[in-house]
Design a protein around this ligand. Structure first.
Ligand SMILES: [Zn+2]
Length: 201
């Protein structure tokens, strides 16, 4: 699949989310990173090194330990949401949750960084815009918190704009949930139906 370019619609939504303080500058000093972090990210071979650089910078901001325990999947942290539409024949979410729990136990790491990115080929394959990506991301976070309330979970999105500029934003979960509720009232069609992607399930 070709490397896609951020759509004008996604760029406009990201600008709105920045104005609404749903997306914020990252500040690694607010994260507990002294013992490293568990990191869930998209596999994207064109971008993974840039993702890693940003994550290492976030750890550096908090004088943490550069010890990223990495789990990759197409779509990154979106796969943890129970209804993520890719690979419906496989229990990707359950596997990821089990790996996070084992990483926490085996490596004594209490902080999980969940990352998605835009544009993302996996999101494109699943016909998701950036708002839907964020909705899966936050639902994934809530799922981890339900099962493993002792973990700190922080969400981030890596954005590459049409000019090629790359930036990582922190995603405020509560701010997103409040904003998304209002946005769904405005645009009910945003709610994914999965009609096309569940044909094999
Ligand atoms: Zn991706």
């Amino acid at each position: 699949m070709s490397t896609s370019i951020l759509s004008a619609e996604d760029a406009a939504d990201i600008a709105e989310l920045l104005r609404e303080a749903v997306l914020l500058p990252h500040d690694g000093s607010k994260l507990q990173t002294k013992n490293g972090i568990i990191w869930v990210t998209c596999s994207d071979g064109d971008k993974i090194l840039d993702f890693l650089e940003h994550v290492l910078n976030i750890i550096r901001e908090g004088n943490g330990r550069l010890r990223p325990h990495i789990f990759t999947e197409h779509g990154g942290a979106m796969v943890i949401a129970e209804d993520f539409p890719l690979y419906p024949l496989f229990r990707v979410a359950e596997l990821m949750l089990a790996k996070i729990e084992d990483g926490h136990i085996m490596k004594n790491m209490d902080t999980v960084i969940l990352m998605i990115h835009a544009p993302c080929s996996a999101a494109e394959k699943a016909h998701l815009n950036v708002i839907q990506e964020l909705a899966y991301l936050i639902r994934g976070k809530r799922r981890i918190q339900e099962g493993m309330p002792n973990l700190d979970v922080a969400c981030f999105i890596h954005v590459q704009d049409a000019e090629g500029n790359k930036v990582v934003h922190y995603v405020s979960s509560f701010a997103f949930e409040a904003w998304y509720k209002k946005r769904l009232e405005r645009t009910p069609a945003l709610k994914p139906t999965h009609a096309e992607t569940h044909e094999h399930s």
